[in-house]
Design a protein. Structure first.
Length: 493
């Protein structure tokens, strides 16, 4: 294992893995697993390249805000690079892309500006341009930026060639979004051996490269309208509603030997097959690229080597149709397995624990509880990590209610077992051993579900009003939605 000065040095050098169960007999089908990049996708390569190219040219100044239009992976890669280098980042993204991409971006410190789904890729691209011009931000222009393609010529293509030193590579298969991977790898491979076939894959219902129509552009070269052959498709990150400049260059330079159309349902099927038959966790666009690679492999000579690009990880697709068949609850087979042994089941009540002998309450713990209940308008006796306690914290945060959270399992309550003694006081006074226990203006409300029921019935609001406690009256939500799904009332087995 090597040591690195920063996370950006770990980008690239991703593994090439042979498929053993999905590949046709007699052909060596290899997948380039780009999820091994630090932020999980091939876009980490271009994100670093674009930022460092802009730094060298002076186009990006220290501390300047970076902005880009992205379906997610480019933005996530840029968020990593910008976090490491100290640049603020704003991304524009169509609202139709997966929720986990938005949350990852925000977790990494980026700002996410959503654009209407009806405006498609051109909408988020034009919004990024507007914001860059208005605020003087650096626009990455991933769809036009030669640094995007150059990164793949310099790294991805060279890695593949090194892996086949002494062997002949028959074909390389890739989808396209920005066109950077397709153009850059094709340039690198063709420069080494013109016989290597470059195959581009695209949605069968949205044939932009294969359709034969030029992309409409305005005077500045930006797409002026959606491509006439574009149709919505399942492959996020593939084929936006326009042909990028980089993809156009790949075609104009004669680098593309074949274009293979791929059906959306086949992309989903093969992404799932990669997981269940090869143990490789990849996204929908990877399944789509594999569909095209399998088509190429079936037509390749015996013993041929075919390389398929797998752009990212399946974790970017949890809220998409790729996972629609994955249930949260146990299915019939899993329920039968649960019932095959007697213990730890949801359909059998556990044995009641033996009652411990009552112990005398600690006077200092009683005084501590009394002081808080009498002097704090809203106090919650809680545990630092408990789903019910966190749900209450989220509710008070939404309502903008100031409250005191007394986490009895925190380090400061360990001395003299104060936390244990406080819990004993609460158990005797409330009749419940569970956490949290909530008091409002000296009134014992109860636990999490008691508080949630009181809000549903309007009692919580009346208690707050009566005590003169400020809260946001415009918040309307079902408090039970703040609980994790596994804590929601369970369906009968």
């Amino acid at each position: 294992m090597a040591r690195y000065d920063n996370i950006l040095e770990t980008i690239g050098r991703t593994p090439l893995v042979r498929l053993n169960r999905l590949a046709p007999a007699g052909v060596n089908l290899w997948v380039k697993v780009e999820s091994f990049n630090p932020l999980g996708s091939v876009k980490d390569r271009m994100a670093r390249a674009v930022i460092e190219d802009a730094e060298r040219s002076g186009a990006l100044r220290p501390g300047q805000t970076v902005i880009e239009a992205t379906s997610g992976n480019t933005g996530i890669g840029l968020a990593m690079v910008c976090a490491q280098k100290g640049y603020p980042l704003v991304v524009t993204m169509a609202e139709s892309f997966s929720l986990e991409r938005r949350r990852l971006l925000r977790f990494l410190g980026a700002r996410v500006v959503l654009t209407p789904a009806a405006e498609k890729g051109t909408g988020m691209l034009n919004k990024a341009s507007e914001l860059a011009e208005r605020h003087g931000w650096f626009l990455c222009r991933q769809f036009d930026n030669e640094a995007n393609a150059e990164a793949h010529t310099r790294t991805t293509a060279q890695e593949i060639l090194a892996d086949f030193a002494g062997d002949t590579l028959h074909a390389f298969v890739s989808g396209f979004g920005t066109g950077g991977t397709l153009l850059g790898v094709a340039r690198g491979l063709k420069a080494a051996d013109r016989r290597i076939r470059i195959v581009a894959a695209e949605p069968d219902n949205s044939p932009l490269l294969g359709g034969g129509f030029a992309q409409p552009r305005d005077a500045s070269g930006r797409p002026s309208a959606s491509h006439p052959h574009f149709r919505p498709h399942l492959m996020q990150g593939w084929s936006p509603d326009f042909i990028s400049r980089l993809a156009e260059r790949a075609r104009a330079e004669g680098l593309i030997d074949e274009i293979v159309p791929v059906a959306g349902q086949e992309a989903l099927r093969l992404a799932r097959a990669l997981a269940t038959q090869e143990g490789i966790f990849a996204g929908t666009s990877s399944g789509a690229t594999l569909a095209a690679a399998l088509d190429v492999a079936r037509r390749s000579p015996h013993g041929a080597h075919v390389v398929c690009m797998l752009p990212d990880t399946g974790e970017r697709y949890l809220s998409t149709p790729l996972f629609e068949h994955i249930a949260d609850e146990m299915n019939d087979v899993e329920l039968a397995l649960s019932r095959s042994t007697p213990g730890y089941r949801f359909d059998v009540a556990p044995a009641a624990p033996a009652e411990a002998a009552p112990q005398a309450l600690d006077a200092s713990a009683e005084a501590f509880v009394d002081l808080l209940v009498c002097n704090q308008p809203v106090v919650m006796f809680a545990l630092e990590w408990c789903e019910f306690c966190w749900a209450v914290r989220k509710l008070f945060a939404r309502l903008r209610v100031a409250f005191e959270s007394v986490d009895v399992d925190a380090v400061r309550f360990k001395e003299g077992d104060l936390g244990v003694k406080v819990r004993a006081v609460l158990k005797q006074r409330t009749g419940s051993p569970t956490m949290p226990q909530i008091y409002i203006a000296g009134r014992h409300v109860g636990g999490c579900t008691d508080l949630f029921d009181a809000m549903r019935q309007g009692e919580l609001q009346r208690w707050l009003d009566a005590a003169g406690i400020a809260y946001d009256r415009n918040v309307h939500l079902d408090p039970y939605s703040l609980l994790p799904k596994w804590l929601h009332p369970r369906r009968a087995a």
